[in-house]
Write a protein that binds this ligand. Structure first.
Ligand SMILES: [Zn+2]
Ligand SMILES: [Zn+2]
Length: 382
């Protein structure tokens, strides 16, 4: 692609844009517009997250989908469309639930996270990852007449949860604790809207990402502070309101802040035993790991059989919650869920990569004196 016209823009750093990484969550009408704009600008790398397939009703608002794509994965279809539009833009399609793939480690490698979602629980999850990683978050949303773009850097300013009511948080809690309910809400979640509103809102969200990226080397002043702002426009009243978001002192999400800047790496391909030994040597004490997600353990305690299998619990479990027969001896097994590991545990010989651990997942390292450090599981790949 020839970017010479873009390079003439006084504020545009082509070099920066071409080496930038973003995570776009949501491949609906908004996600289509966001990804199309990133591709035309020559953006370096995009991780696209959405577990859904294309339905015929998506076609009126989705510039990257065609009739022949109905039934295909949204993110795979987008990746194909972008490779035709601008092959310079590297697309990594992730056909998964955001909660299973958007890790703190992935956010740390990214310049910006863009939410193109229609549900609260997934937005709160992205907000938490932005708060933990310190990666800027642009959240875009649509209703029938209105487009909303919000910018967050929760480390230093308001977060997405700051503006929510108790009732909003209760709904989100219900969605987080019940995957089936969440799936129902997400599938019902399509707001009636137009390609016009989606394209304006999506374009504005990408402009915010560009503004944040280009401002970071001083090439362009952001004018107003970038984070903690909301732009809300209404295509019926033709009114646009730009406002500053506030941070209430009692926002629960803000109490989750931990410092991951000095997180140590855990090799996802090594056994937990090796990793714990390394951490114990590094911190010179007994170490216990605490996970932010659950691990499903199937173990066989029958004579002469010590089969043990660990699987990271998906946010969307597809298998019934019953122990399957032992893969080694065929007898009854035990099933339990765990949220941490210590070197005395029986599943210490297993490896994160074999358990389906997401690349870049955050793990808390609890030291003997109860002090906490953080670690990121790496080397598994995406
Ligand atoms: Zn907050
Ligand atoms: Zn067995």
């Amino acid at each position: 692609m020839d970017y010479s016209r873009l390079e003439q823009l006084s504020w545009f750093s082509a070099e920066k844009v071409q080496s930038a990484t973003a995570v776009v969550v949501g491949a609906g009408a908004l996600g289509n517009e966001v990804v199309k704009n990133f591709a035309l600008l020559g953006w370096g790398k995009l991780y696209l997250v959405d577990f859904d397939q294309i339905e015929s009703s998506n076609l009126t608002r989705s510039v990257l989908f065609r009739e022949g794509d109905i039934g295909r994965s949204k993110v795979d279809t987008m990746a194909d469309a972008i490779s035709a539009l601008n092959p310079d833009c590297e697309i990594v399609p992730l056909e998964r639930d955001v909660r299973d793939v958007l890790t703190v480690g992935l956010a740390l490698r990214s310049d910006v996270l863009i939410g193109c979602l229609d549900n609260l629980a997934a937005r709160l999850f992205m907000n938490q990852v932005a708060a933990l990683s310190g990666t800027p978050l642009v959240d875009a949303g649509l209703s029938e007449w209105e487009g909303v773009i919000q910018t967050f850097e929760p480390r230093t300013g308001p977060c997405y949860a700051c503006g929510l009511t108790e009732a909003d948080l209760a709904d989100a809690g219900r969605m987080l604790s019940c995957p089936a309910f969440a799936q129902f809400v997400e599938r019902q979640g399509g707001v009636p809207t137009t390609p016009i509103l989606a394209s304006i809102t999506g374009a504005w969200a990408v402009q915010e990402a560009l503004r944040r990226l280009n401002a970071s080397d001083g090439k362009m002043s952001t004018g107003e502070p970038w984070a903690g702002r909301e732009v809300r426009f209404n295509l019926h009243s033709n009114r646009l309101v730009s406002s500053k978001l506030t941070r209430p002192r009692d926002c629960l999400r803000h109490s989750l802040e931990v410092d991951v800047s000095e997180a140590v790496a855990i090799n996802g391909r090594a056994s937990w035993e090796e990793s714990l030994a390394r951490l114990e040597a590094e911190f010179r004490c007994d170490v216990r790991l605490h996970f932010w997600r659950s691990v499903r353990l199937i173990s066989c305690t029958n004579d002469h059989c010590s089969m043990i299998q660990a699987t990271v619990q998906s946010e969307r479990p597809t298998e019934p919650e019953q122990p399957s027969p032992c893969t080694r001896c065929g007898k009854q097994t035990d099933l339990r869920l765990v949220n941490g590991i210590h070197r005395k545990d029986d599943w210490i010989g297993t490896r994160p990569a074999e358990a389906g651990w997401p690349e870049g997942d955050l793990v808390t390292v609890v030291l003997a004196d109860a002090m906490e450090r953080h670690a990121v599981v790496e080397g598994i790949g995406i």
